[in-house]
Design a protein around this ligand. Structure first.
Ligand SMILES: N[C@@H](CCC(=O)N[C@@H](CS)C(=O)NCC(=O)O)C(=O)O
Length: 206
C-alpha cells in the first residue's frame, strides 16, 4: 500500500494526488506540511531530510521529490499512456517535468505565493511583474509546441502534461492580465475536463 505524505493544497502534492487517481492506484494520505505541520518532526525527517512534501512510502521504499515520484508511480503502474515503453515517446513527455521545474518554479513563487499567500500591503509587486514576464515568455514556447501536437506528452494526455497543468490552474485562476496563447488555452480547457484534475487540482488557491 502506498502512503502519501502531504497536504491537498500544495502544488507539488497535487501532482502526485492527481496522478495516483489517474492511475487508479490505491493509497492512504497523511496530511503534512503547512498548517498540518509534521514535516519538521523527527519521524518525517527520517523519511525526507528536506522537511518538504510530498514524500511517499511504498511498503519499505521511501521516495521524495515530486517529479521522481511521478515517474516512479507511472512506471510502477505499468501504464503505457503515462510511461510509454517506446524510449523516445517516453523521453519526449518526460522532458516537460524537468523543463517545468527548471523554468517555472521561481516565477511561480514570485507570482503566486506573493499574490495568494502574502498580505496585500506587504506584497512586492516588482517581484510579481518579474515572475509574470517569465511565465509569458515560457507560455509562448509552450504555445508553439501545442500548435503542432495536442498534448505536451504527444498525441495523448500523459505525464508531461501534469506539472505544467498545475501551474496553469493557478495562472488562469488569478485576477491578472494575461497575453493570449490560444493553443495553451485549448490545451488547458481539455485538461479541466478531466475529472481527476477537477477533484485534485481545482480547489481554492490558498
Ligand atoms: N522539489 C521539491 C519541492 C517540494 C516543496 O517545495 N514542497 C513545499 C510544498 S509545495 C513544502 O513542503 N513546503 C513546506 C510546507 O508545506 O510546510 C518537490 O518537487 O517535491
Amino acid at each position: 500500500m502506498i502512503t502519501l505524505w502531504g497536504r491537498d493544497n500544495s502544488t507539488n502534492v497535487k501532482k502526485v494526488l492527481w496522478l495516483l487517481d489517474e492511475l487508479k492506484l490505491p493509497f492512504q494520505q497523511i496530511n503534512a506540511g503547512g498548517a498540518f505541520g509534521k514535516n519538521h518532526e523527527p519521524l518525517y525527517l527520517s523519511l525526507n531530510p528536506n522537511g518538504l512534501v510530498p514524500c511517499i512510502q511504498d511498503d519499505d521504499f521511501v521516495l521524495w521529490e515530486s517529479n521522481a515520484i511521478l515517474r516512479y508511480l507511472a512506471e510502477r503502474a505499468g501504464n503505457e499512456a503515462f510511461w510509454p515503453s517506446d524510449l523516445r515517446a517516453r523521453a519526449s513527455a518526460d522532458k516537460w517535468l524537468d523543463w517545468t521545474a527548471n523554468s517555472l518554479t521561481i516565477p511561480f513563487r514570485q507570482v503566486f505565493l506573493t499574490l495568494v499567500r502574502v498580505p496585500e500591503p506587504e506584497r512586492d509587486m516588482n517581484l510579481v511583474a518579474t515572475g509574470m514576464a517569465a511565465f509569458e515568455k515560457h507560455w509562448t514556447i509552450v504555445d508553439k509546441v501545442l500548435a503542432k501536437q495536442e498534448w505536451l506528452s504527444g498525441n495523448h494526455f500523459g505525464l508531461g502534461d501534469i506539472p505544467l497543468a498545475i501551474y496553469a490552474y493557478a495562472w488562469y485562476g488569478l485576477n491578472i492580465e494575461r497575453q493570449a496563447h490560444p493553443n495553451v488555452e485549448r490545451w488547458y480547457k481539455q485538461i479541466t475536463q478531466r475529472p481527476d484534475f477537477q477533484k485534485r487540482v481545482m480547489i481554492p488557491l490558498t
